[in-house]
Ligand binder design. Structure first.
Ligand code: PEP
Length: 249
């Protein structure tokens, strides 16, 4: 089964309403590959504004960058999965390495969030990836499998999940994984899905790469058999994001 190429833009805690408006205008003007699914994740405060602007071009969807698993309550500063659902936000990124490292989210937290998000009909981009220390200790695949094993019991429908392999050492550093390094881990994730879930899920699961993806390196990565797209941070704030969306053209 052909897997639709997927490119997510993670704007992180960057920008203003005005810069968000300019990014949307640039995306609407760009000629994007109709065979690529494009999703942008603005800061929570800007989500509805960006969603409204994009509504004219319904092909691009929005995503939260995080969500809390409880529906409501005394959780100051959090946005809940049900609030994203209520606002018509179809996607959420969970387990980003910045959430894991800076905000100390554990595999268990991410499993709970994944379950809650899917229960609220959100589609989830689940991020996994090893640190530099773990890669140097030859533990990349062990770490990724541990993170996936923690999240897997939360997933009833894998069609609603995209797995983002994001080596921590490559995020925001300008050090992109080589196509061979990325392909090796992506193939291991697909093998894990075949063994742990099913052959059908393994064949259809989109596994995207994140970590210093840019216009200059996206094409080689996009040609790898198990790389089904990208999660893009820094370059999603620049005009080259459109080139990354078109990496398979
Ligand atoms: C990310 O934050 O998911 C990411 C991949 O960032 P960057 O592209 O800037 O490395």
């Amino acid at each position: 089964m052909a897997r639709k190429f997927f490119v997510g833009g993670n704007w992180k805690m960057n920008g203003t309403l005005d810069s968000g408006k300019k990014l949307v205008a640039a995306l609407q003007e760009a000629k994007l590959d109709p065979n690529t699914e494009v999703v942008v994740a603005p800061p929570a405060l800007h989500l509805l504004f960006v969603k409204e602007l994009l509504a004219k071009d319904s092909k691009i969807e929005v995503s939260g960058q995080n969500a809390y698993h409880k529906v409501s309550g005394a959780f100051t500063g959090e946005v809940s999965v049900s609030q994203l659902q209520d606002a018509g936000v179809p996607w959420v990124i969970l387990g980003h390495s910045e959430r894991r490292t800076i905000f100390k989210e554990t595999d268990q937290d991410i499993a709970e969030k994944t379950k809650a998000a899917l229960d609220h009909n959100l589609k989830v981009i689940v991020c996994v990836g090893e640190t530099l220390e773990e890669r140097e200790a030859n533990k990349s695949i062990d770490v990724v499998v541990r993170q996936l094993n923690a999240a897997a019991p939360s997933v009833a429908d894998w069609n609603k999940v995209v797995v983002a392999y994001e080596p921590v050492w490559a995020i925001g550093t300008g050090k992109v994984a080589t196509a061979e390094q990325a392909q090796e881990v992506h193939a291991a994730i697909r093998k894990w899905a075949a063994e742990k879930v099913s052959k059908e899920v393994s064949d259809s699961l989109r596994i995207i790469y994140g970590g210093s993806v840019a216009a200059k390196n996206c094409r080689e990565l996009a040609q790898q058999p198990d790389i089904d797209g990208f999660l893009v941070g820094g370059a999603s704030l620049k005009p080259e994001f459109a080139d990354i969306c078109n990496a398979r053209l």
